[in-house]
Design a protein around this ligand. Structure first.
Ligand SMILES: C[S@@+](CC[C@H](N)C(=O)[O-])C[C@H]1O[C@@H](n2cnc3c(N)ncnc32)[C@H](O)[C@@H]1O
Length: 288
């Protein structure tokens, strides 16, 4: 069982809830414009590094005729996805050795994965399994905007907890997290250098502001819950003593944030993420 990512880097609920929001139907038109895929055809889509499955779940809603397969190396993510997401074939597999025949998919897609996988393997494996003319979509999270509600500021108790935890940098380094990160300009260049044609870029702006009246109360509360889970799982993945006090403090803060939301007392905390989408095609006829 491989659960390094879910144990030490990001927990199941952190990824599932944050991605459920980022891939909510509210933002679909922004993705759709750049994905430029045919909704009505029976596309075979492969998601690489799917985590707990929120993007695959969205793809199943957006392309109901498509046949979707999603892979990840982390067993816990795949178990969660199999239990909670329908309409997708989830498999435990490695992006650098995809267990599929050549020329099997119309589309490959990934979100915040490229920066963790050695580039030649990342691109060449996708090129191998794509059919000639198939589309590769590489999505990455870029610098956004964050504004924290006063009631969610870190408490002295949480600060003491984090001060007692050894720096996470060594762990992240050990697991290769972000080892191959490239700039906005570097990503399309990398895709072209690995032989993809017709490369284009586009951006989706995901504005998560619970107090904005444009969002349903369910979505606004999911935004608050996603932040809570992010903070709770960060504490758990620190694997340090004294976690319970920090957990209680986080829960009290988010209970208050929820209460303020329900009472209509606005905080205007916001989390805006920018998703870069790089789109390329496998050439119809391989170039020499
Ligand atoms: C930042 S997370 C993103 C997960 C998912 N795309 C999402 O947004 O919820 C990176 C993911 O890549 C997976 N991953 C990293 N290297 C991998 C590899 N070589 N093969 C398969 N999955 C890999 C990790 O297990 C993790 O689930």
């Amino acid at each position: 069982m491989n659960s390094i990512w879910s144990d030490y880097v990001q927990g199941v609920m952190t990824l599932y809830l944050s991605r459920k929001l980022r891939f909510d139907d509210h933002f679909f038109t922004q993705y759709d414009r750049v994905f430029s895929l045919d909704h009505d055809s029976e596309l075979k889509i492969l998601e690489i590094g799917c985590g707990p499955g929120a993007l695959a779940e969205a793809l199943h809603r957006w392309y109901p005729r498509a046949q979707i397969t999603a892979i990840d190396r982390d067993s816990r993510f795949i178990a969660f996805a199999r239990e909670n997401v329908t309409g997708v074939n989830f498999m435990e597999a490695d992006a650098v050795h995809l267990p599929f025949e050549n020329d099997s998919f119309d589309v490959t897609i990934s979100y915040t994965v490229q920066e963790h996988v050695e580039p030649s393997a990342f691109w060449n494996e996708q090129k191998r399994v794509l059919k000639p003319g198939g589309v590769c979509l590489c999505l990455s999270a870029r610098r956004g905007i964050q504004c924290v509600a006063p009631c969610l500021e870190m408490t002295a108790g949480e600060k003491d907890f984090w001060d007692s935890v050894p720096p996470a940098d060594d762990e992240l380094e050990k697991y290769g997290v972000g080892r191959y990160r490239v700039s906005e300009a570097g990503l399309p260049i990398s895709m072209e250098q690995h032989g993809f044609a017709d490369v284009t870029t586009g951006y989706a702006l995901i504005d998560l502001t619970p107090d904005n009246p444009g969002y349903s109360s369910q979505m606004a509360e999911t935004m608050i819950e996603a932040m809570r889970q992010n903070d709770l799982e960060a504490i758990r993945s620190a694997h340090s003593p004294g976690a319970q006090k920090a957990v209680d403090s986080v829960n009290a803060k988010y209970d208050k944030r929820l209460r303020l939301y329900r009472e209509g007392i606005r905080q205007w905390d916001t989390n805006v993420s920018v998703t870069m989408i790089v789109r390329g095609r496998k050439e119809l006829i391989p170039s020499e």
